[in-house]
Design a protein around this ligand. Structure first.
Ligand SMILES: NC(=O)c1ccc[n+]([C@@H]2O[C@H](COP(=O)([O-])OP(=O)(O)OC[C@H]3O[C@@H](n4cnc5c(N)ncnc54)[C@H](OP(=O)(O)O)[C@@H]3O)[C@@H](O)[C@H]2O)c1
Length: 301
């Protein structure tokens, strides 16, 4: 038997193929291996699979050979420009025909829908997904995965996907749903991180170190989760109670932060943007309502 035949036969026994071996792709592949699954891996830049191969993964020389090795291919690269770059090559699309792709790459809902339409046109079974937690959580109960696409297809691969640990939520048949949650949740994360970066600069200007601020910063962070839960109903109903903390009061507090920042010569852009939205909402007559009335003003074209 030639070495090629041996390799092909061995590769066809894989349960899962993982395309993309950045930090997250390696974590996913490692979790599959940890769960005792046979895997085949491929990455654009060779060499990133060394540790996985030592643990038993099969390294495929090309994306088309990698996807031919398993009924299920999990993709995790930087964005959909990158995943389209190899998935949509003729040889890869042909090898994927009749097989399933779960794309855990992060991008916009429209890119997810577009890839689902492409997959449908090529006879490829397609699920989209998003990973909401860092690499260190993969394979542990702390991991959070979101999925969207055909429910029966999700049901077929659910057991294998769940070997990645944590919670897996199927959000519905509409392919863009996982990416929609992903961008909304990352919107919270990155705007909060931008606020934290601004707060660190302001605190430093006042002689407060990040270490000194950290325990109190954690306290402020902990206030947010109950607010998300308590306000969800009024946001969906379009009623914004300002009882206890009306928008006029919030805008005044924001103005102090802008003034203190600018007195130190600090770029107050992050807080100015938030204060500007609050002032615009007050100008529209909502000053006695709650802060989240801003969401409706943001949504107006
Ligand atoms: N890291 C996290 O904690 C985390 C958490 C949640 C979600 N995610 C998401 O998971 C995905 C992967 O993240 P990551 O942490 O592994 O790092 P990343 O830097 O976002 O992605 C690195 C991977 O993308 C590949 N890649 C980049 N450009 C490519 C191209 N043009 N063609 C083919 N492959 C290309 C890289 O291949 P090369 O090795 O050849 O460069 C590598 O496999 C991203 O969508 C990210 O948003 C990551």
């Amino acid at each position: 038997m030639s070495s090629h035949t041996e390799r092909t036969e061995h590769m066809e026994q894989s349960a899962v193929t993982v395309l993309g071996l950045g930090p997250m792709g390696r974590a996913l592949a490692g979790a599959f291996l940890g769960a005792g699954l046979s895997i085949t891996v491929w990455n654009r830049t060779p060499g990133r699979d060394r540790e996985l191969v030592e643990r038993g993964a099969v390294s495929a020389p090309s994306a088309e050979e990698a996807v031919a090795a398993s009924p299920l291919t999990v993709v995790c690269v930087v964005n959909y420009d990158a995943s389209d770059g190899f998935l949509r090559r003729d040889a890869v699309a042909a090898a994927l025909r009749g097989r399933t792709v779960v794309n855990l790459t992060a991008d916009t809902p429209d890119r997810a829908r577009d890839t689902a339409a492409w997959a449908r046109a090529h006879g490829i079974r397609y699920l989209d997904g998003a990973i909401m937690t860092p690499t260190t959580t993969i394979g542990t109960p702390a991991a959070v995965f979101l999925h969207s696409g055909p429910g029966d297809l999700y049901g077929e691969h659910r057991a294998v996907l769940e070997t990645l640990g944590g919670t897996h939520t199927h959000l519905g048949e509409e392919t863009g749903r996982a990416a929609a949650y992903d961008i909304a949740l990352l919107d919270i994360f990155w705007t909060a991180m931008a606020g934290y970066a601004h707060a660190l600069a302001l605190a430093r200007a006042e002689g407060v170190t990040a270490r000194e601020l950290a325990p109190f910063a954690q306290g402020i962070g902990a206030i947010l989760p109950p607010i998300f839960a308590q306000t969800a109903e009024e946001v969906d109903d379009g009623t914004f109670s300002g009882e206890g903390n009306p928008l006029v009061s919030a805008a005044s507090s924001m103005a102090h932060i802008v003034a203190a920042s600018e007195a130190h010569g600090i770029d107050a852009g992050v807080m100015r943007a938030a204060e500007g939205l609050a002032r615009r909402t007050i100008g529209l007559g909502h000053g006695e309502e709650g802060f989240l009335r801003i969401a409706e003003v943001i949504a107006r074209r």
